[in-house]
Design a protein around this ligand. Sequence first.
Ligand code: CIZ
Ligand code: SF4
Length: 354
Amino acid sequence: LLQDETCAQRITAAKEKLGKHAVILAHHYQRADVYRHADLTGDSLKLSYLAAKTDADYLVFCGVHFMAEVADILSSAEQIAILPDLAAGCSMADMANLSKVERAWRELAEILDPDEVITPVTYINSSADLKAFCGEHGGIVCTSSNATKILQWSFAQREKVLFFPDQHLGRWSGYKLDLPLEQMPVWDFDEPMGGLTEEQIKKAKILLWKGHCSVHQMFQPQHILRFRNQYPEGLVISHPECSFEVCKASDYVGSTEFIINTIREAKAGTRWLVGTELNLVGRIAEEFKSQEKIIQFMSPMVCMCSTMARIDPQHLAWSLENLVAGNVVNQIKVPVHEAKLARLTLERMLAVSK
Ligand code: CIZ
Ligand code: SF4
């Protein structure tokens, strides 16, 4: 505990010395002992807007790798994005890589002209080279806050969508647009032609990449059932990265921003079961206590984004103190050509989701 306090003091002291030169951004899933030092907080969409607007020299990103890449892409060439621990990746983002997506595109080209027929849509939880791929092929980026809107835009361009990396967000968003499940088959990237028949592909509206979030897959419909039996008046809210069964059994489904706002605006005294990352749920449970809202975590297991939790106070202190000493450590720099195409898709998204 003593060590924690020393670390917090080191962070505060370094921040003071850096003044306006550095800004600390933290995602909702960030652990409390890091989150408390943030200047800007939000989901990845909100943080994208904020990163594009700030004029600090250093954007110290307490999140995961793809978020720091987005900050680098949307900020100016002179600004520097820093990820305090380079091991903070996103397991979902790692489930789609450029060579597999390019292979899917080539395979699809055997039966149709993908650049005529398919809009590639990548969830923001993906590497910069995939965003660049979408830029090159008339596609777009989405977040969990704007996925249905982005799908509508995509269908206005071309008749089909290839959605990666998260099958659950893609399926739920398609379902909200009234697409039948048969028209949203899973593209299994380990199989030739995604493991699909030509007929399935021709009929498909959304080809769902076989990716998922290891944190959100832990939530189960029986957690909801148990809660409803115990608290029939209780309300259930889940993130669209949860399985389709969990989403269907929930009263509300939406992004972290949506979850926070929905509970904030709810009546005092309401009870909530929340299916998203533990740090966020713990934080809002504390925050809304004063409104007499009872907030419960959906799973009996600890569902935490363990990679984001790698950004700890020690790494934050270390990266800030290095900046004070004039050393840039752990810079995230997207190659220029890739950044240009990725920026195009991100700006397309920001314009569509306004
Ligand atoms: O978009 C984000 O920031 C993520 C990863 C989740 C959410 O719903 O905010
Ligand atoms: Fe990635 Fe899941 Fe962590 Fe979100 S919670 S950053 S999808 S691993």
